[in-house]
Ligand binder design. Structure first.
Ligand code: C2E
Ligand code: MG
Ligand code: MG
Length: 699
């Protein structure tokens, strides 16, 4: 806007300057007009012929030829008068004819004033000029001066000379000519003597204003302005738009930055897969809740999906991700607005409840969350069965930190898993102690593995009919420096929970295979944890160890527990098949404790069933147990499987099992697990002692 204002100011100034210049030009053009008339007057008045022929009796022919004719064209003048020594008119011509009046009658006092001005100082070129009105009101430039000879050849008049008056009317043509010569646009004659405003005032010789020379109001500046105005406006608009654009970009950037900031804050607090708040957001909410004064009831639920990892492994991460999204949605609908639900890890969720009934609500919501997964989730055409184990921790004493609360809920969640999954467990200190023990145990186990502090013992398995030892089962031992012998049932699960199982399992495999090389006629049974089977490279890994140690595959038998089989039938089937391709046989361990149906057994091509010792226990004293054992053995036989009975503690047990059709027997009644050296010894002696289990028992 300032620019337009400045331009306008400039235009006005240009106009003002232009007006002044035009005024000067107009003034100059009038002067030039008068000067020219005066020069013309000189040409005609200071002339030897005129000085001769216009004094006394004038030469009419001369007068007509030179003056009357000249007024016709009007180029130099359009009226010519001759005044005699007394001021009387001698001739008057106007526009090629005789003028109706004499000069003084025509022009009156203004002309008289000029004539008077000449008085007393007559000479050549004494003419005076002025502008004046004639009787008709027209304005003429008028020159009057003495007639004198130009040369000395003609005698100069004595006394008062005769006067030549030449008039040139300021008509349109002459005005236009003035305009052209002096480049004045729209020059015109105004007859208004009182005209104000711009213009060159015409004053007659008496000092009376008679009109003005005017011209078109100069507006070069304004014109320039109006010429440049669009450009200026466009420029301004462009500048304005550019500024707007820049402001727009700036604003857009600001908005984008804000949005990115908001997004970053959102991202920092949310889990990208499920859109739920993440662990950081949960911890913050929990910290706030813990600090609140006065303290409020507060409960934390920690959820871990049961069987999720297996879904992920068997169906791939895409299905795994979708499952998590689905579960998150389901959980959210249950917890909706009652607390903060967050995804805190792969398949882990947590819920913070901090309202008045938080502690009571925790258990109720916990079991609803468990029940939600009772029904399978359908993704595409897959029916996925998973569960969730929920641990709950509530604030019981002051000063519990957010981390501690979350940890307690986590401990309780593990308890829920140990109690059989898909259930809710409340945190109590005793589990925590056990849990802490397990963590400590895990790190000690890691150390033990590194320092070769583990060892393998072997329990012989006998052919039921001949009681010849035909196989040994490798059983892992961990003699703990402080705790004494730690049972494998305990530390194997610690290894499984802490990612040590593959290392432990391979260690057993390698050592047992190596030991077994000393017992050429004996087969080796190895227990393999479900965690090891889950590793897709398990069969390759096993083949490598066989190759490395040189144990023929046919001499190895892998014991698989029912748990793995039931949870992942497809994968178990696959692994059994691939082991059999290697030449390794597969036994189903702990049979009778789990849920394997005949259908399952048919589907898998096991070589052997091992009836669990819990089933065998009391077989010789309890009839019902006996029936159950007999039926189980019959089932195995019907499926064309060899059956081993483990946990045989007496000859009576052995006899019943033998009768029921068991092919192999294993138990303290015949041999306890023993070091490799003892097995070597046993085998050397076997010829003598075969059949007498007593002799084989070791401490
Ligand atoms: P399991 O595979 O069923 O092993 C047989 C268990 O029964 C052994 O217990 C053995 O000492 C015990 N046992 C044998 N005869 C009798 C008997 O007459 N009476 C009684 N009461 N028990 C008997 P152990 O060595 O404590 O092993 C327990 C479980 O730990 C094993 O059960 C097996 O599942 C697991 N385990 C042992 N070593 C390994 C290993 O290297 N890898 C894996 N994955 N698991 C192992
Ligand atoms: Mg076993
Ligand atoms: Mg067993």
């Amino acid at each position: 806007m300032f620019m337009i204002f400045a331009l306008n100011e400039m235009a006005e100034e240009v106009d003002r300057i232009d007006d002044v210049a035009t005024e000067r030009s107009a003034d100059a053009s009038l002067r030039a007009f008068l000067k020219r008339l005066r020069e013309i007057h000189g040409d005609y008045a200071v002339w030897d012929d005129a000085a001769t022929k216009l004094y006394g009796e004038i030469d009419k022919e001369f007068a007509f030829g030179n003056f009357k004719d000249a007024t016709r064209s009007g180029v130099f003048f359009d009226a010519a008068y001759l005044l005699d020594e007394n001021g009387q008119t001698v001739f008057s011509f106007r526009r090629g004819g005789l003028a109706p009046r004499g000069a003084l009658e025509e022009f009156g006092s203004p002309l008289q004033a000029l004539v008077t001005g000449l008085a007393g100082q007559y000479r050549a070129f004494d003419s005076k000029v002025g502008v004046m009105r004639d009787r008709s009101g027209a304005i003429s430039a008028v020159a009057v001066g003495s007639i004198f000879p130009a040369s000395a050849a003609v005698p100069r008049p004595v006394g008062r000379p005769r006067m030549l008056v030449l008039a040139h009317v300021l008509d349109d043509l002459s005005i236009r000519q003035m305009g052209q010569d002096f480049v004045i646009d729209g020059i015109a004659l105004s007859f208004d003597p009182n005209r104000t405003g711009q213009g060159v005032r015409l004053i007659d010789p008496t000092g009376k204003p008679i009109g003005a020379l005017t011209w078109a109001q100069s507006n070069h500046g304004s014109k320039a302005f109006s010429r440049v105005a669009p450009t200026a406006y466009i420029t301004l608009a462009v500048i304005g738009l550019t500024i707007l654009f820049l402001l727009g970009i700036g604003y857009a950037n600001l908005v984008a930055v804000r949005r990115r900031e908001r997004q970053a804050v959102y991202d920092a607090n949310h889990d990208s897969l499920t859109g739920l708040p993440n662990r950081a957001a949960l911890t913050r909410a929990l910290e706030e809740a813990v600090r609140r004064q006065p303290p409020q009831p507060l409960a934390v639920l920690f959820l871990d999906l049961d069987g999720f990892k297996e879904v992920n492994d068997s169906y791939g991460h895409e299905i795994g991700d979708r499952l998590l999204q689905e579960v998150a949605r389901g959980f959210e609908s249950i917890c909706a607005r009652r607390g903060l639900l967050a995804r805190v890890g792969g398949d882990e969720f947590a819920l913070v409840l901090d309202n008045r009934d938080a502690v009571v609500a925790a258990e109720e919501i916990g079991s609803r969350l468990v029940r939600y997964l009772d029904s399978p989730i359908v993704l595409d055409d897959r029916v996925i069965v998973i569960g969730t184990s929920v641990g709950i921790a509530v604030v019981e004493e002051e000063g519990v930190t957010a981390d501690e609360l979350l940890r307690r809920a986590d401990v309780a969640m593990y308890q829920a898993k140990e109690l059989g999954r898909s259930r809710v467990a409340l945190y109590d200190r005793s589990i925590d102690a056990e849990k802490i023990d397990r963590k400590r145990l895990a790190s000690e186990l890691r150390e033990a593995l590194k320092s070769d502090a583990l060892h393998v013992v072997y329990q012989p398995i006998f052919e039921a009919q001949t009681m010849r030892p035909v196989q040994v089962e490798a059983l892992l031992r961990w003699p703990h420096p402080q705790e004494g012998m730690i049972p494998p049932d305990l530390f194997i699960s610690v290894a499984e929970e802490n990612g040590l199982m593959d290392a432990v399992g391979n260690w057993v495999l390698r050592n047992a295979c190596r030991d077994a090389l000393n017992w050429p006629d004996i087969r080796l049974a190895i227990n393999v944890s479900p965690v090891q089977f889950r590793n897709p490279g398990f069969d390759r890994n096993l083949a490598a160890i066989l190759a490395e140690t040189g144990l023929p595959a046919e001499r190895l038998e892998v014991e698989m527990t029912e748990t793995h089989l039931v949870t992942f039938p497809d994968r178990a089937q696959h692994i059994v098949a691939s082991l059999r391709v290697l030449g390794v046989s597969v036994a189903l361990d702990d049979f009778g404790t789990g849920y394997s149906s005949i259908g399952y057994l048919r589907r898998f091509s096991f070589d052997k069933l091992k009836i669990d010792r819990s089933l065998v226990h009391g077989v010789s004293v309890d009839l019902e147990t006996r029936r159950l054992c007999e039926a189980t053995i019959a089932l195995g036989l019907a499926l064309n499987l060899e059956v081993t009975a483990e946990g045989i503690e007496s000859e009576a047990d052995a006899e019943i099992m033998r009768q029921a059709g068991c092919s192999y027997l294993q138990g303290f009644a015949f041999a306890r697990p023993m070091p490799a050296a003892a097995i070597t010894e046993l085998l050397e002696d076997r010829g003598d002692d075969a059949g007498t289990g007593e002799a084989l028992r070791t401490a």
